[in-house]
Design a binder for this molecule. Structure first.
Ligand code: HEM
Ligand SMILES: *[C@@H]1O[C@H](CO)[C@@H](O)[C@H](O)[C@H]1NC(C)=O
Ligand SMILES: *[C@@H]1O[C@H](CO)[C@@H](O)[C@H](O)[C@H]1NC(C)=O
Ligand SMILES: *[C@@H]1O[C@H](CO)[C@@H](O)[C@H](O)[C@H]1NC(C)=O
Length: 470
């Protein structure tokens, strides 16, 4: 028997050693400066602290000022190298699969599923990406344009008969209707299950602190995921038992792939894919669209300029009642400036995670193999050296911008191999909706519109507007 005092001292020494190791991780070179915070907890609480500004989150800004553009920290139990440097961010995106690979913290994988696109690599990833591009790639978008226009008009007509609508809520509903139909033929009017309700619970907890027991938002988030996954699974079973005559949605197409002999697609991967697609498609776009319309409400001169662009499109037509054409869509120059400028300020993806596959030297620092790397797009999009008066909404700054700058200084959709597959789809939905809105309707802000970043962008009180026909 070891005497108790000695045992206690041993434990204390072990803990002290472990804490020391935590605070001073080893590496084959100079680690970037920064604090590892508390053991395990790291600096997680500070990272999730919310702010009411669109500016670079204080967590990032304070450390940029103290340590420089590259620093280390620890979040939810992982050592993390944070990059706020445009060149390093670009480098990380370009070296996907070679020096870095897509990786998300354990809590994220619990949320999105271990088989979600975010966690897949190599050939399985390429294969899935091609399937998704089949749905939202340029060719399908061309055929989807009339549908997007019809959906926008349908919702706008409905809103104009109501006193006020919460734009954040209703655009989310509109986009979910559209993508839910494309993906799984989901019809919110007819379905007995409230799929979007499950996603709402899911999203509320997504940017919360990852404590999983009843009562926490993280717990509700996981419950939301569970329910949505169960619904998708039931749907899969039903389609398997009663094969549908015509292949009409993305799920049919995915299931057909699952059945193939030489497929890489398992049922679990397919279900996680559907889940990520349903999620990725609507929350992001509805927040961006709401922010764009808020900026237009606050800047009548830009609204005027936008309205002129869209009225000119209709004037140029032979038949004013014909729908939007692809070339008309492509001609919306000012609209795309509005969209770019909104996306730059929105920073819908406040951080993007990777894992270092090898020891990587960057400037005087080493990024050790196995460490997580966190790319911070906001620090690039709000850098006053690139974007003068970065917090000002100024669409004209996109005038004559060259595409080279676009990839290094504009990463709202990520970059490299993993660039957002839905980017063109999201832009199409935003542009078409704005077209319908400014040509046929006017609106008035009624209440809400406050933003919170924690660190994802949210409208805690919604954004209520009163829409009426012109
Ligand atoms: C304003 C709207 C959107 C924003 C800001 C956005 C942003 C992003 C970003 C930054 C990434 C990269 C994540 C990473 O590198 O780890 C990403 C990936 C992804 N996005 Fe989007 N997205 C938007 C809309 C959409 C839409 C409409 C869809 C679906 C149709 C979609 C589907 C996806 C998927 C499936 C991935 C994973 C791709 C991969 O891992 O390679 N996104 N998105
Ligand atoms: C240092 O590099 C060697 C080989 O290059 C590797 O085996 C070792 O694990 C590295 N040490 C650390 C602390 O990363
Ligand atoms: C919204 O606008 C309609 C007219 O289009 C008006 O009758 C109604 O009172 C307005 N509601 C609010 C809350 O402003
Ligand atoms: C918006 O940004 C993209 C880069 O993602 C760029 O290629 C495009 O030219 C920009 N659009 C406008 C109108 O400046």
């Amino acid at each position: 028997m070891v005497p108790l005092p000695i045992f206690i001292s041993l434990v204390v020494i072990l803990i002290a050693k472990w804490v020391h190791k935590w605070c001073h991780p080893k590496s084959n070179g100079t680690l970037p400066p920064g604090s590892m915070g508390w053991p395990l907890l790291g600096e997680t609480l500070h990272f999730f602290a919310s702010t009411t500004s669109l500016d670079i989150p204080p967590f990032i800004r304070q450390r940029m000022e103290k340590y420089g553009a590259i620093f280390k920290t620890s979040l939810v139990g992982e050592g993390v190298i944070v990059s706020t440097d445009a060149d390093l961010n670009y480098f990380i995106f370009q070296k996907e699969g070679v020096l870095f690979e897509s990786w998300y913290p354990y809590t994220f994988t619990q949320i999105f599923g271990t088989n979600s696109l975010l966690n897949l690599h190599g050939s399985v990833f390429k294969y899935l990406k091609n399937m998704v591009l089949n749905l939202v790639g340029p060719e399908s978008l061309m055929t989807m344009l009339p549908e997007v226009e019809a959906t926008s008009n349908r919702y706008l007509t409905m809103w104009s008969t109501q006193d006020t609508v919460d734009l954040k809520e209703t655009t989310a509903q509109m986009i979910f209707d559209l993508t839910g139909k494309k993906l799984i033929s989901y019809d919110s009017q007819k379905s007995s299950e409230d799929l979007r309700g499950y996603f709402e619970a899911f999203i509320k907890g997504l940017i919360s602190f990852p404590l999983n027991f009843p009562g926490t938002s993280f717990h509700r988030c996981l419950q939301g995921r569970k329910k949505a996954m169960k619904m998708l699974k039931d749907m899969l079973e039903e389609r398997r038992q009663r094969p549908r005559q015509t292949q009409s949605d993305f799920f049919d197409y995915v299931l057909k792939e699952v059945e193939r002999k030489d497929t890489m697609l398992t049922e679990d991967i397919a279900l996680d894919l559907m889940f990520v697609m349903l999620f990725a498609s609507y929350e992001t776009t509805s927040v961006a669209l709401t922010l764009a319309i808020k900026y237009l409400s606050d800047h009548p001169s830009f609204l005027q300029q936008l309205t002129e662009e869209h009225e000119a499109i209709i004037k140029r037509r032979e038949n004013p009642d014909s729908g939007l054409s692809w070339s008309e869509y492509k001609s919306m120059k000012f609209t795309f400036q509005i969209i770019n400028e909104t996306m730059r300020l929105a920073n819908i993806a406040p951080v993007i995670f990777r894992k270092a596959l090898k020891d990587i030297k960057f400037k005087e620092y080493i990024i050790p193999a196995g460490w997580a790397v966190m790319v911070c797009p906001p620090s690039v999009h709000l850098d006053p050296n690139t974007y003068k008066h970065p917090l000002e909404f100024k669409p004209s700054r996109w005038e004559g911008v060259d595409t080279h700058m676009a990839s290094r200084k504009f990463m709202v959709f990520g970059g490299g191999l993993r660039v957002c597959v839905g980017a063109d789809f999201a832009k199409l939905q935003m542009a078409v909706f704005l077209h319908c809105l400014v040509t046929k309707y006017k609106w008035k802000a009624v209440k809400g519109g406050e933003i919170v970043r924690s660190p994802g962008l949210q409208f805690p009180n919604g954004y209520h507007i009163n829409v009426s026909q012109i």
